[in-house]
Design a protein around this ligand. Structure first.
Ligand code: 9ML
Length: 240
């Protein structure tokens, strides 16, 4: 729905986030340090603080066989799967359905001692993008999540401290064509996933605690989420 109050912001954020996600780590500016690696998954972060609070930008790249970018983005965007893969989630509500590709979420995350509990209120938008490199190749799919306001849920008015986040999941599918006359199967699929996130914890939390939490939670999240998508799709028809 292009006539919604958030539309100009969504357009601007999607364009900016997709451009950043497409850039390699080298081009993304200096200061990226590899902090986690597991097979094809590589996680980088930049150490940044705003008003003394850790807001380390994170960029992860991963290559997963047997699934498509559409399937990855569909399972990331759609609320009905979220409790299955988002382990730090305590509660999730869809506050607004702006259109079938744009939702507003309110999420409370489990408290991480000794910091106080956090919640996040953000719009989430899923979009298919043309594959510029290979016109007749599979499309690129992306989901962008960005903090927003909602009149009924002002920040920090209850038990939770409101986090401010911007997240971009960008997926590029590659099809390795089967032998002449053989059917296309999931063995011919590979998906390059780029996950970028900046989470401002919203209120003070010890830098050492935050960095330890991110170091533990982000690799776990991406591994668990991609394994979940593989599991959910393995016996289903391919969704391009
Ligand atoms: C003292 C801790 C303060 C920060 C707590 C917090 C809040 C939200 C978030 C977060 C919110 C949304 C997203 S998402 O990618 O849009 C998916 C939808 O859920 C992702 C991560 C993260 C964390 C930090 C736990 C850390 C953490 C890291 C990866 C996963 C879960 N938790």
């Amino acid at each position: 729905a292009t006539n919604h109050r958030l539309w100009p912001e969504i357009e601007r954020m999607v364009e900016a986030q997709v451009m950043m996600a497409k850039m390699g780590i080298g081009e993304c500016g200096s200061g990226w340090q590899l902090f986690a690696e597991d097979g094809e998954m590589k996680m980088y972060r930049r150490e940044e603080e705003v008003d003394g609070m850790v807001v380390d930008p994170l960029k992860a790249v991963h290559v997963v066989k047997g699934i498509t970018g559409h399937e990855v983005c569909h399972h990331f965007f759609s609320p009905q799967y979220r409790y299955d893969w988002e382990t730090t989630l305590e509660h999730m509500t869809v506050l607004e359905t702006i259109s079938d590709d744009t939702l507003v979420f309110l999420q409370t995350h489990k408290r991480i001692w000794p910091a106080s509990q956090r919640d996040g209120l953000f719009w989430s938008h899923i979009r298919k993008l043309p594959n510029e490199k290979d016109r007749d190749g599979p499309d690129i799919w992306t989901v962008v999540n960005n903090s927003t306001d909602h009149p009924d849920y002002p920040p920090n008015n209850g038990k939770c401290v409101r986090v401010f986040l911007t997240v971009c999941l960008l997926c590029q599918t590659t099809v390795d064509p089967p032998k002449e006359g053989m059917p296309l199967t999931r063995d011919n699929l590979s998906c390059k996933i780029t996950y970028c996130s900046v989470v401002n914890p919203g209120g003070w939390a010890p830098a050492s605690v935050l960095r330890a939490v991110y170091k533990r939670e982000y690799p776990k999240f991406l591994k668990r989420f991609t394994a979940y998508v593989k599991n959910q799709t393995q016996s289903k028809p391919i969704m391009f």
